[in-house]
Design a protein around this ligand. Sequence first.
Ligand SMILES: [Zn+2]
Length: 567
Amino acid sequence: MVKPKVTVATNEILIKNGFVYDPANGINGDVKDIAVQNGKIVEPSKLSTGAKLIDAKGKTVMAGGVDIHTHVAGAKVNVGRMFRPEDKLHDPGMERSSKLIRGGGGFSVPTTFTIAYRYSRLGYTYVNEAAMPPLLARHTHEEIRDTPILDQAAYTLLGNNWLVMEYIKKGETEKLDAYVAWMLKATKGLVVKIDDPVPYFDVTPKDIIKGLAGTNERLGLPHSIHLHANNLGHPGNYTTTLKTLALTEGIKTHKKSGRMQNTHLTHAQFNCYGGTSWKDFESKSSEIADYINSHDHVTIDAGFVTLDETTTMTADGPMEFSLHSTNHLKWSNADVELETGSGVVPYIYDPKIHVCGIQWAIGLELALLIKDPMKCFMTTDHPNAGPFTRYPTIMSWLMSKKARDARLATLHKWVPERSRINGIDRELTLYEIAQMTRAGPAKALGLGKKKGSLGVGADADIAIYNYNPKTTDGTQKPEAIIKAFENAAYTIKGGEVIVKNGEIVDLGTTKSTIWADADGFDNKEVTNDIVEKFLKYYSLTLNNYPVQDCYINNPTVIKCGPLAGGN
Ligand SMILES: [Zn+2]
C-alpha cells in the first residue's frame, strides 16, 4: 500500500492543548487549541490536515506581549548608547553573531537588533517607542526599520510644541485639530504624547492637557493622550498627579476606539511621591490607586523600578538636569528647536538607599492596589526605571508575596515604614498578568481586536511558556516564573515561529510600523502658519520635514477622523 504523502502547510499552525490565558476573550487557563492561518488567528476547524503542530500540553499560552511605553528607537536612545560604553559591561549575555543573529548588546540601552531579540524571547511582539520629537522623526523611523521582528509605533511629542501652544492660547480648537492631524501625518506617529507641559505666556499646563485631550478625541485617534505628567520624580508630587488626572474628567472618549480611558498616565510610579524632600520621602501610591479605582477615564503604566544600574532618558530636560545635580554622573542635554528637548543621565537604583527601595515598592503597590489590571500595565519606562528584560522578575514580585518579602528584606529599613508594600497580600494570577501585559495595553491603545488577543481575526502573535499552572506554584517557587517567562518556549509573530526554546530561529517577514492617519481636518490658515514658522524659525525647509513613505517599514495605517467614522 502506498502511504499518502503528507505536506505541511507552511501558513498554518495548530497549537494544541495549552493552558490558554486570553483575557481579551475571557479565557482563563482553559485547555484549548489555537489555530493560525495566513498570519491570523482562525477557528481550528478552518485548518487543513497539513497544519504544523505545536504540542503545548502543560504549557501556558498567551497573546504576544504589548509594551505600551518603552524607549527603544531615536536620537536620545542613541545618545544613551554612545555615551554609555560601560553599559555593555553590565550585560550578562551579549548576543553572539551567527548567520541569523547580529552580534550586539547593552544592558540598559541595547542595539536595535538586540532589542528585538530580547523582546522576542520574552514573548513580546509589539512595542511602542514612547517619545519621538517631530524634528527627529526620520531618525526614529530609521531605527524602527533597523529593528527586526517587532511591530512598532512611535508617539509624537506635542506637549511643548510652539504652534500647539499658540492655538491653545488663542482658543482656536479647529486649527489645533488640523495641526495635530498634520503632525501625525508628517511624523507617521500613532499617539499624541505630552511630556511635562510647560507654561508659555498665559498658557498653563492645564490648558495644554485639556486642549490636546479634546483634539485627540475629535480626531478619533486609537489611543488617548499619553501623558508624562508635570513635577515628575519630585517628593510631594502626588497632589499634582491627582489634580492632573482630574483635568480630563468628563471629556468624552470617542466610540470607535473601544478603549475606556481618555488619558493614559505613563510611568505613574514617578508621580506617586509624598514628603517634602528626599529625607522624608514616602509612598503615596494608595492615593493614586484609590483615584484610579473610582474613575474610568484613566489608565496607567507602572514604570516599575527594578533596582539596577540603568540609563535615564526623557524629553523632560529639566528633570534630567535635577537628576544630574543629585547624582553628579555625566549628563547629556539637547534642545529640539521649537518643539521639545531631551536629557540623558546614568542612574544607579541602589537597594541600600531608602529612596530607591521606596520607588521599588511604589511601582508594585500601584499594580497590587489597582483592582482592575486592565487599568495598570507592565512597563519599566525602559530604560528609565530599569531594562525591559526584567519583566519576568517583576512578574515574580507581583505573583508571589514570598518573592516580594525576600527582596524587601534586603532593602533599607525605612522602606516598609514609608510604603505599604509589607501589608499587601495580593498575588496576581496569570490571567491578571496577561491583562497587564497583553489585553490591557492593547485595548488602551485602541488595538484590542488586532493585538493582545487570541480571538478569531487577531494577528497571530502568540507566546508559549514552559509554565504549567497546574503543577507549578509560582507563589512558592517564584524562580520558576522568572525562568519560564525569560525565555519563551515559542514566540510566534504574524504566524511565523520566531523563538523556539528561548532561541531566535527566524526574523520573520511581518514586521510593521503602525501609525494613525486622521483625515478631514485640512485647514488653509494652518498650512499658512506652518509655512511661515518654517520660513522664519526652523533651520530646515518645510519640504524636508515630513518623513517620506520610504522610511516606513511595511506600514499599517490606522484611518481615523470624521471621514473614517471616528467620532
Ligand atoms: Zn518614557
